[in-house]
Design a protein around this ligand. Sequence first.
Ligand code: SF4
Length: 248
Amino acid sequence: MVDARQAAYLQALGVDVYVPRDPVEPAWPAANAATPVARTVEVTPVAASPAYGDAGWDELRAAVAACQRCELHASRTQTVFGVGNPRARWMFIGEAPGAEEDRQGEPFVGRAGQLLTAMIRALGMQREDVYIANVLKCRPPGNRDPKPSEAASCRAYLEQQVALVDPTLVIAVGRIAAQDLLATETPIAKLRGKVHSFGAKAWPLIVTYHPAYLLRSPGEKRKAWQDLVYARQLFARLEREAASAGRA
Ligand code: SF4
């Protein structure tokens, strides 16, 4: 069900809230469905880099700021480390900084960032409640796709960020981030709606569309809303499971 606040944010997203008149089988699990979500883990977790496995936030931030491990250091205005609650339960990971992010030093600003913020609010949170980072910490020139070698060079930083945050759920935002994090070339349409895993602790990860893509293809916003409903349901189940494990 969508409450009034979420309906307002969905309106901001440009998503019409559809309520079926007949109890047909939903194509997507409802947020309050009791049936557990099938957990489909497709990827072998990637071990954290030993180079940053013990680094705290300050050390990691300093390492990123000084990094010259790939050619992108030469063209950046500044590194874009990440932002948000360092102990967030939700972590959003995008692809790479764009021009505005490179200027401001913060991921997901500008129009795409505003839409991501609206998506986070649709989940019942504020932007400050979650942690937001990118696969790459430096902007690829001309907003080209990251090269695999660049993503590999930058991977240790992201893995340590995820380890420090230790989120309940990771959301890969967009095709590039999803395919990189999951080391796959599977199309994003086939990655959505499943629980994958990422990193040394096999953090649960799901996939949704990048807000920049949604701005170009507003007809896909409904699918993004489905992803958020799915995420909310899955998050609740993961938190319940964690609480039960703590009581056991
Ligand atoms: S993109 Fe990552 S690996 Fe490349 S220079 Fe920037 S921080 Fe270093």
